[in-house]
Design a protein. Sequence first.
Length: 393
Amino acid sequence: MRKAVLFLVLLFIVMNGGCGSEAFPQNLLRSQSFLEEYDVQPEYVMAENTFYNDHSVYYTCINNWLYYYDTKTGSSGKVCGKAECNHDTASCNAYLGEIVSGVQVYDGKLYWMSGVLYRSDLNGENREIYRVLEGSAVNMSCRFYIHRGSIYVSFIAIGVEEGDARNELRITRYSMEDRDASEEEVFTQTYPYSNIEHWCRFYRDKLYIRVCEPLELIEGPTPYQHDLYVYDIADKELQNIWSTQDSDRLRNVTVTEDGLEFLHFRMTGDYIFINTEDQWPVWRSEYSFETGEMKSEEEHAMDPGYTMVYWVEGHYIAFRNTWIGEEEKASYRMYDESWNVLGEGEMEGRPYIIGADEKGILLKIGVGMAESGLYRIPWDNPSVIEPLIQIES
């Protein structure tokens, strides 16, 4: 009960600190400063919008329920302040629905997608269907981002046309101010295979789109077509700014003040990620906003079995996943940018990196088909794992 009261007080403060308006000041569209209330948060892009930090309160969807973590008080729980609620049925404010794609706080309101785009107050009350988005009801690959007065939706439409497979990567844009306005096309491209990888990253008045397309499906290293696009959100113009073909894969794409950073890896074994002694090479490349050039670092051979590697806020973190009987475990090592080991540890389950804050790397841990909570590996003591939100089994 004490946690619920603290959370309601905090929500009252936060909600009364913002106007909750849908209108975006158009004179700021070209701003080259980060707009806290209107820009997608770059430090959590690896979560693909399933995590959000709003005025020191973390929101995240875990197993179709909305949870919070208050960084000031250390309290956490489901986002529902109804005193009579047991927080275990669909009538609870914290229940978001099945197959939730994305959770984002924008201008004082909470948005999430589960078949359609919903909106509510920050405590889950006054829930409403905000609007229907193309692809959101039938496509599990659908993602959404709200940035500077617009909703951007990306998904892959899979179908057949005249006997041939037709796989379209679509990115569309919707107005936040006019919910009745039709969507606008940002990107549409057809591919022969459905396993297309793509990343959307926002920086001020630009949307960068990285696409990784398999050219053929063969045993051994798969050849890929890599393309980088930029969409000017003010002029509504799309441009291909870089392309190459190789057999490299991408683990993550991050945004800095200077450009985009990509973490690459190359499989050397049989596409096995657990219980393996494979030693994969990994390396970073950087695309400069100023020069438009792509530069690559030297390859680094990972320790045997460390096949899941991420680049997070100037640090590498690598995982070695193993099955022991019916139990899945992961060993991890954190490195600095020169590959010096800063700490290592072990966890029960399967880790998912979602970003970082000033205290450390943030991750979720999957146990079977569910997730066990939200955790942090501290920068100053990376051999421990701090539980921020733990789900009761």
